[in-house]
Write a protein of this length. Structure first.
Length: 531
């Protein structure tokens, strides 16, 4: 692919994804629609992806950024439901959807049908967890969905490779497939465990934030390549390393954390936007290559596969939820379980970027030089399943959650816990400051001592203030008002620095130094509210 079309793709997809935030249409759907329209515009180049580079190029960074934001402790506490969904359900969906496709579509080889099953087996919980947080679902459901999306990719990709080996003529048996799956899973975890400690040690001992973030960008690709080189699961290696780094991220300096969070958000945004845009751009080419399968016939196949994918999620989720509860210990520990929770988990099975990335990696030809059987049909069914689940399930999930009236997160209790934690930390900080101030080497002028203690007191009080009554005029808490006024004051300072630079009273380098200090103060004073 030439550089100019690649730059145009990234720029256009980012612009469309940004514009989607001002519309009621989800960004993935708008990207697909715009890409489809652009495919028919004269002069728009054909985008052809090399199947051999799609998985190692797209999946590692997406999985890395998702795992960094996940909670290792929460995942460990919910290991049973996460494992049942990420491993059990993914294999069940691969086999059941593949078998249905084999029965439904004439002349489709079973191996190609199983490739399709593996491609569309893993739900992508990015959209589901975003909705869950926005509407206030219980944190356990959010954790389970997020944990499933981290591990099910490894399961699906391993199943995909086994089915693909049989489809392209490399030969595969059931016993060989099971053995390959176990080797890939255990090996991927093992490679991740071997790499995570030295990588974290290197991050801790690098003193330049720029170098640390350069390393951060390389980590998922290194972990993926190392695992794949020894025949293990690169996806699991990436997830294990990222979970460890995220769990111990407090050990690197603040500048690295600030930069790293921003860098990975940009990377994930660009990759996800570009992949969904590629669906629309490649859909006309896929439709033209359907061959013996007519448009109407292919549409019926797509409808059947979509309904079966949705149904099989329910078929698995309810037994996986209630059968373990035959154990009195599990039943006592999970006494708050009711029928609404597995319903939400079942309906939150939207497919997304991972399925698209795997589909794009299907080779064009088999080992004997013949075209991969029904490759364009497999791509078409993947595209339609992703789009249909995003539309039907993604748009209706918030409504379903409101109708079911699940008890949401207790915002008051969470704020109280945060305030108690901050109070304990502030007391420890004040004791440490008092110890240091008794040392003559740490003597400070009284105004600076007062400022240091004021900052600690402000940090402790800010969370408690959120529990108080809001301002009757603005509806803001005292903490919110403080943050807003702080931003206004910093904005006024910023304008003065820019004006002095424009008047040549200070140079650009000094202005940037002063602005960076303001940026750090603003970051500390203002809590970012996630959309």
């Amino acid at each position: 692919m030439d550089v100019l079309p690649l730059v145009a793709l990234i720029a256009a997809s980012a612009a469309v994804a940004g514009a989607a935030r001002w519309t009621p249409v989800p960004a993935p759907l708008l990207l697909v629609a715009v890409g489809l329209g652009a495919a028919y515009v004269p002069g728009v180049p054909d985008y052809h992806l090399d199947p051999h580079i799609v998985l190692p190029l797209i999946l590692p960074p997406l999985l890395h950024t998702a795992a960094l934001e996940s909670s290792y402790l929460d995942l460990r506490a919910n290991i049973r439901p996460v494992a049942l969904l990420s491993v059990g359900y993914t294999l069940f969906a691969t086999l059941s959807v593949g078998w249905l496709a084999y029965l439904l579509i004439p002349d489709l080889p079973l191996t190609a049908a199983l490739v399709l099953g593996a491609v569309i087996a893993p739900p992508d919980a990015v959209a589901a967890t975003a909705i869950a947080r926005k509407v206030g679902l219980p944190s356990r459901i959010t954790t389970i969905l997020q944990g499933e999306s981290l591990v099910n990719d490894a399961t699906a990709i391993t199943a995909y490779k086994v089915a693909l080996a049989a489809a392209v003529g490399e030969g595969a048996s059931w016993s060989g497939g099971i053995r390959e799956f176990l080797v890939a899973a255990v090996g991927g975890v093992g490679v991740g465990l071997v790499l995570m400690v030295p990588i974290h040690w290197l991050r801790r001992h690098m003193k330049e934030a720029m170098l640390q973030n350069t390393l951060s960008l390389l980590i998922p690709f290194v972990a993926y390549a190392a695992a794949e080189q020894v025949g293990a699961s690169g996806v699991l290696a990436v997830v294990v390393v990222a979970l460890y780094l995220g769990h111990r991220s407090w050990e690197v300096d603040f500048e690295t954390r600030l930069q790293e969070a921003a860098v990975w958000k940009v990377v994930a945004f660009i990759l996800e936007s570009a992949v969904f845009a590629l669906i629309g751009l490649q859909l006309p080419l896929v439709l033209k290559g359907l061959g013996e399968y007519s448009g109407v016939q292919a549409a019926w196949y797509a409808l059947g596969v979509f309904f079966f994918v949705v149904a099989m999620r329910f078929v698995w989720s309810y037994p996986a939820t209630y059968l373990p509860r035959l154990s009195p210990r599990i039943r006592e520990r999970e006494s708050d379980m009711d029928w609404r929770r597995p319903l939400i988990v079942s309906w939150a099975g939207m497919r997304g970027v991972v399925s698209l990335a795997i589909a794009f990696s299907i080779p064009l030809v088999m080992d004997d030089g013949e075209p991969f059987p029904a490759r364009n049909l497999v791509l078409f069914l993947t595209f339609t399943t992703v789009i249909a689940t995003l539309v039907a399930q993604g748009l209706s999930l918030p409504w379903l959650i409101r109708v079911l009236k699940l008890p949401g997160r207790d915002a008051q209790a969470e704020t109280l816990a945060e305030a108690q934690a901050q109070n304990a930390a502030s007391e420890a900080a004040e004791q440490r400051v008092d110890e240091l101030m008794r040392d003559e080497r740490n003597r400070l002028p009284q105004p600076l001592q007062d400022r240091l203690r004021t900052v600690l007191e402000r940090r402790r009080n800010s969370v408690w203030e959120r529990l108080g009554q809001p301002n009757p005029v603005t509806g803001e808490s005292a903490d919110d008002t403080y943050r807003r006024l702080t931003r206004e004051a910093i904005a006024a300072e910023r304008e003065v620095f820019v004006k002095m630079r424009d008047e040549r009273r200070i140079d650009d380098e000094m202005m940037r130094t002063l602005l960076r200090k303001l940026d750090l103060e603003e970051a500390a004073a203002y809590r970012e509210v996630e959309d």
